[in-house]
Design a protein around this ligand. Sequence first.
Ligand SMILES: *Cc1c(COP(=O)(O)O)cnc(C)c1O
Length: 356
Amino acid sequence: MVGALDITITKVETSRLKDINLENIPFGRHFTDHMLEADYENGEWKNVEIKPYQPLLLEPSTAALHYGQAIFEGIKAYRSPDGQVSIFRPEDNFKRFNLSAERMNMPVVPEDIFMDGMRMLIHVDREWAPSLPDHSLYIRPFMFASDSMIGVKPSDSYKFIILLSPTGPYYAAPMKIYVEEKYTRAAPGGVGFAKNAGNYGGSMLATAMAKKQGYDQVLWTDAFEHKYLQEVGTMNVFFIAGNTAITPSLEDGTILAGVTRDSAIVVLKEMGLDVVERKISVDELIELHKKGGLREVFGTGTAATISMIKELKYKDYVMNFDTDNAATARELKKRLTAIREGKAADTHGWMVKVNG
Ligand SMILES: *Cc1c(COP(=O)(O)O)cnc(C)c1O
């Protein structure tokens, strides 16, 4: 199935799958029988293993726990009607993982360990890939600094792990969003474009404060003026005005380049929309809304695919959107889901089969 990857496989004696109902299984709580683990030591990757899912034994001085050198990815695999399990655009996640690694001064993970290792692991746990509509196998590769040393310096050793987690439909109710003017997610020169653990840790207070006021998430704005729109929570954001889709551009390095964002750009164009990547300010958004030109706002990401937004609040100005008639978001989600579940032609070569 795969090339020259030197990997040790130790299988469980009895699978836990028989105790688990995959129907409507909640996101991120159940893990498959096996995991992949590899170590980086003395300048090389070694000990590549697929083994039973199990706790890690770590020293309390493990560097990642103190200084946050930790990155991750989120990918999904789907079972098509013929039973075949395929992964959605994993090469893009692989490249992004290594971009995150470089930014966090961590070693890159070789393609065979990441890609072939992921396919082998899914193959071992293939029975765990749900076949129900809107269900998938969530893939979580991650890497962290594993030196047992609390001197402040880049770690010499790292651990790379892949976990698999079966997941049911991610019902994303239309969201109420608060335009954030105090806290900042990312600034130019920072780590906003990297999928590092700290970006999530740093965003939790703002989200909790928004929740206290009855909002689901925040719409992040730029660090200098709190005017230019970045992302909604941990999703990329799209604004539909007339026949145009606008999404914030990536050049400042303050936005995570989502694989779903990129896929949405391609599919929206196929749907006949003009797609523009550029800076967009909250003032422009309000102008568009006042003129009646802003039809839909939605977020994109691997977990929920598309999350519609029903309310946006900036200072005292509230914008409401009729999400029951959000035709663009609905059609986009339908098309992306059909490709991923093998129910529409994969004309872009986005699906990578686990076997073959
Ligand atoms: C992961 C992530 C996204 C979405 O990326 P996808 O590849 O579409 O899942 C968007 N924003 C942030 C901050 C993220 O961490």
